[in-house]
Design a binder for this molecule. Structure first.
Ligand SMILES: Cc1cc2nc3c(=O)[nH]c(=O)nc-3n(C[C@H](O)[C@H](O)[C@H](O)COP(=O)(O)OP(=O)(O)OC[C@H]3O[C@@H](n4cnc5c(N)ncnc54)[C@H](O)[C@@H]3O)c2cc1C
Length: 294
């Protein structure tokens, strides 16, 4: 168990203060011990995937952060692909695609773990996790493991049932279909190239800062751009010059710079267009202790 582990090392924004404790459980038994002792000592728990959708406070995270990277199994069970929560979803997409299985191929090039993608109901290029999910195995804070079958009605755009509970995702099973591996690999490379062109990997960021809302008629990035906000700055944070919905850590930003910029952008878009954009990036950690850098 590490103490005072800087969270900027574990987030794609490269910001975030120290976690009081940081644990990387080796497997279920280890995780069970961690969760039950945290519960009995009344220590808060935060489950970390790849930190690619997180804005961690400069003051860090109180309690214990549990890094799920060692949950890394990968197996085929008939027409299902079972993946540990800690694997990179992009790696699973590539591996299964190379073996001639379609399903997760949409997610090649998207940062994040399988657990994070399920929790977020990640989506891209017209595919979303809920479309291919069959079941999820979770552990509750008493250490009990349960298999939860997919129920479509519990899922929506960027909404999963896991967002309202405190369950740790251990592994997930996805429906796959046989396809020609060469064409799958070519399609995956194309999507990755597209991300490259859109500047996804150009600077530390967490992907789309705001959700898209179909009722607005335009994606959030277009709304932000139409308000002339590309390039807008707050301290070391900036709205990227290449995509309105990508906010970046440009020059040594603090988490508070990024949050302030997000709030300013949302305010200006609402003032000009009347649309209230919802944050997609999750602000987590000890924001209450933030004193604005004084
Ligand atoms: C360059 C870039 C491009 C992106 N493009 C897209 C895109 O096209 N589409 C899209 O949907 N998103 C995109 N994102 C956002 C991000 O990649 C996704 O939201 C991703 O699914 C987050 O996964 P993660 O493992 O990083 O989760 P984290 O950011 O670590 O965590 C997100 C949430 O999931 C919870 N969580 C993670 N793992 C578990 C687990 N095992 N059990 C319980 N809870 C867990 C965390 O507690 C947290 O609440 C992009 C991000 C970047 C940086």
């Amino acid at each position: 168990m590490l103490t005072s582990e800087p969270m900027w090392r574990h987030t794609t924004f490269r910001v975030g203060g120290p976690a009081d404790y940081f644990a990387i459980p080796k497997g279920e038994e280890d995780l069970r011990r961690l969760l039950t002792s945290a519960r009995s000592a009344d220590v808060p728990v935060f489950v970390l995937g790849d930190g690619s959708n997180l804005l961690v406070a400069d003051e860090g995270i109180r309690g214990v952060v549990i890094d799920m990277h060692r949950f890394s199994e990968y197996r085929l069970e008939g027409d299902l692909l079972v993946s540990g929560a800690g694997l990179e979803v992009s790696d699973v997409a590539w591996e299964s695609g190379t073996q001639g299985y379609a399903g997760l191929d949409y997610f090649y090039g998207m940062p994040g773990s399988v657990g994070g993608a399920v929790w977020m109901n990640a989506r891209c290029y017209g595919g979303e996790i809920a479309d291919i999910l069959s079941w999820v195995e979770v552990m509750n804070f008493d250490g009990k493991v349960e298999r939860i079958p997919m129920k479509k009605e519990d899922w929506d755009y960027k909404i999963s049932p896991f967002q309202s509970g405190s369950l740790v995702i251990l592994r997930a099973a996805f429906r796959i279909e046989s396809r020609d591996s060469a064409s799958l690999r070519a399609a995956m490379k194309e999507r990755r190239d597209d991300r490259e062109k859109k500047g996804h990997y150009r600077a530390p960021c967490a992907g789309s800062a705001f959700k898209n809302n179909r009722d607005f008629g335009s994606p959030s990035g277009v709304l932000i751009d139409s308000c002339g906000l590309k390039g807008r700055r707050s301290g070391g944070a900036a709205v990227s010059n290449w995509h309105g919905n990508i906010l970046i850590n440009d020059r040594g930003a603090k988490a508070r710079d990024i949050l302030a910029l997000m709030e300013e952008v949302a305010r200006e878009v609402e003032r000009s267009t009347g649309f209230h954009m919802e944050k997609e990036v999750l602000a987590v950690g000890d924001w209450e202790a933030d004193d604005g850098g004084r």
